[in-house]
Design a protein around this ligand. Structure first.
Ligand SMILES: [Zn+2]
Length: 652
């Protein structure tokens, strides 16, 4: 469940930032009166558009809208209707006022009904001209008992016996506003001059207090870390759709999702933080999207880190495991990331980018890190910025050249791979000296690597700077060293060594080409297999031939009835599932062949038992095994790491 929602959220919040406009100085102002009746699926839009000195107004709006009237400076004119909008000829004066009235029946593609309506800006309900920033004053009127909400400053609300109206103002919007309507119960609290509101369906209105409280806490947290919240309002709005979307000063969340803890935690924090990174400082996409990485670092990761160092370490390790499962041909430089399209782009654009900020903080220290972000915010609020602007802020505050850092982490794909090639200990004049050599495979990076030496009675923690192919280091300790660990808490973004990264299901699902062996011809089993495979492997897998026999030559999924899979595993020397609980109805696990090829085995009692995996198995990609009783995952886990290749145990 969690995976589904996070993905939806991420996809949309990645896409809602507009591209830099071609003519940023040409802001067009709109006064819009919108009337929507969700039950009748009827819409009426009155636009007053102020245009300066052009003789043609090209408007884009939905084909299902009828043009009722066009008046330019008091005179009725014709609109030349074309597919996707129309063109109005203008006299070409300064400050020309165009009145445009549209109406229509809301088509089936737009959700509208007694649970509410969602008019996304992208649906074309709001007529826009080409490539410009826009400012608007939008009044939305809906019949009772509905209420409407949109992005922008809530400036006025009025009610009559039959309707409610609310007005929203935006001085600079990157995209046309989205409007959400529902039979909402409203709750409100004001915190540091910011009006926080929930617009929740009545069955979930009990969650309002929690959301207002959490929203206030996140707003305060990010305001003190970065700078004051840049908008006057923040709304959490429930949706009849199973979605989680972030907009300027607004989060639109499925009513089924509102009660879930992760939504009130990381997801809410993430969407709130986008009001600074993405919707406060806009992303100049020409150099890639820095906002997802920074938001993931300061929201998702920071909330984990609040729980303690072990939770933070676990999140970094998860990111490195995901990266280790990413085949080289799907890897890309951080700077090439623009928006999330699939898991592979999330692994780089969200997680690796967030990890880069973690390492940067380690490089320059907590204080300078925070100060740099404050400076970046102050300098670029409400303007476009790219990775170079971020780098500039960090360099200004630290007085250091950080070009090498940003270059090595953003410009190229792959990751450093380090090996502990030798370690020894001898007595020094002042206790003991541990001497060890670290080697880099592949490209040579400059790395700040934590070393932990366990001695009798205490831990010695130090950092070493590895900037050559191979370097030998010495660390002193008063007492005799017992063991030495290189980067034991995974503070360096690097390719995990095979011994550090047990096989996980994602090793197979992320592989660029996957073979499928289906060891059953019974139609319920075949049918369930096909549905499961579509969810596991997606559409962008290069080949997924279904066969019933064959050699394992690439990453492979093998599906079959439990006893057949057991035979297959034995015959091919593959590991079976260790916890062979007879109560299981199905199981999935991954194992690696000697040449490192990952194989996922999926066994099920019958077609029904296999069907039960379709929804949830794709969310267990970070596990090595999952066992099921019906549709409930009863056991899951990662194969144990026997010994880390980056650990050295000194002989007695
Ligand atoms: Zn995001």
């Amino acid at each position: 469940m969690q995976g589904v929602i996070r993905v939806t959220f991420a996809v949309v919040c990645g896409l809602t930032f507009a591209l830099p406009s071609i003519a940023a100085d040409r802001t067009i102002h709109y006064n819009v009166n919108l009337y929507v009746d969700p039950d009748a699926r009827a819409i009426e839009i009155e636009n007053r558009i102020t245009v300066n000195g052009t003789d043609r107004l090209i408007l884009r709006f939905a084909d299902w809208l009828d043009v009722d009237r066009v008046i330019v400076d008091g005179t009725t004119v014709e609109l030349d209707r074309q597919s996707g909008g129309g063109v109005i000829s203008l006299p070409g004066r300064d400050r020309q006022i165009v009145f445009l009235t549209l109406s229509g029946d809301i088509p089936e593609t737009i959700p509208a009904g007694s649970d509410g309506a969602a008019l996304f800006g992208s649906s074309g309900w709001f007529p826009i001209t080409q490539a410009e920033d826009l400012s608007y004053e939008l009044q939305v009127t809906v019949p009772r008992p509905y209420r409407a909400v949109s992005s922008g400053r809530l400036s006025e609300e009025t009610e009559t016996a039959s309707s409610t109206s609310a007005t929203f103002i935006s001085d600079m919007a990157l995209e046309p506003p989205s409007v959400f309507i529902g039979p909402y119960a409203q709750a409100e609290r004001v915190s540091s001059n910011v009006r926080l509101r929930t617009y929740f369906h009545k069955d979930i209105q009990d969650f309002s207090d929690q959301y207002l409280e959490k929203s206030e806490a996140y707003l305060n947290r990010f305001s003190s870390e970065i700078g004051p919240y840049p908008y006057q309002d923040f709304h959490v709005v429930s949706s009849p759709l199973p979605v989680g979307y972030g907009f300027v000063n607004l989060a639109y969340v499925g009513r089924m999702i509102v009660p879930l803890p992760f939504m009130q935690g990381r997801s809410l924090a993430h969407e709130i933080l986008h009001n600074w990174w993405g919707n406060g400082v806009f992303v100049d996409y020409r150099e890639g999207n820095w906002a997802e990485g920074l938001t993931t670092y300061m929201a998702d990761y920071a909330l984990e880190a609040d729980k303690g160092p072990e939770a933070a370490r676990q999140m970094r390790l998860d990111w490195l495991r995901d990266f280790a499962a990413l085949p080289p041909e799907r890897d890309m430089p951080v700077k090439a990331f623009r928006s999330k399209r699939h898991d592979a782009s999330q692994i780089v654009g969200y997680n690796k980018a967030a990890f880069v900020f973690h390492m940067l903080k380690g490089e320059i220290g907590d204080e300078k890190f925070t100060e740099s972000l404050k400076q970046f915010w102050a300098e670029h609020k409400f303007s476009y910025a790219d990775w170079s602007d971020l780098r500039h802020a960090f360099e200004t505050v630290t007085g250091r050249d950080l070009g090498w850092f940003f270059e090595q982490w953003l410009e190229s794909k792959v990751a450093p791979e380090i090996q502990l090639s030798m370690a020894d200990v001898h007595r020094g004049s002042n206790g003991y000296v541990s001497e060890f050599t670290i080697r880099q495979i592949g490209s040579v990076y400059s790395l700040n690597i934590p070393i932990v030496i366990e001695t009798r009675g205490r831990l010695v923690s130090e950092h070493v700077r590895l900037s050559e192919r191979e370097q030998t280091f010495r660390i002193q300790s008063e007492t005799k060293p017992l063991r030495l660990n290189v980067d034991p808490s995974f503070d360096v973004f690097r390719r995990l060594l095979p011994g550090e990264s047990p096989a996980i299901l994602r090793d197979v699902t992320l592989a660029p080409a996957v073979d499928v062996l289906l060891l059953s011809e019974q139609s319920p089993f075949v049918d369930a297999s096909q549905r499961l495979l579509a969810r596991l492997l997606g559409d962008d897998t290069v080949t997924t031939p279904i066969s019933t026999h064959g050699q394992i030559e690439k990453a492979t999924v093998v599906l079959g009835p439990s006893e057949v899979i057991e035979e297959f595993a034995t015959a091919n020397g593959l590991e079976g599932l260790p916890q062979n609980d007879t109560g299981n109805t199905a199981a999935a696990w991954v194992t690696r062949l000697e040449d490192d090829l990952p194989v996922m085995l999926i066994s099920a009692r019958d077609g029904d038992a296999l069907s039960a995996l379709v929804r949830s198995l794709p969310h267990y990609g970070r596990q090595s095994y999952v066992t099921y009783a019906g549709n409930k995952a009863i056991e899951r886990g990662i194969w144990p790491v026997e010994s880390s290749p980056l650990e050295f145990v000194f002989p007695d």
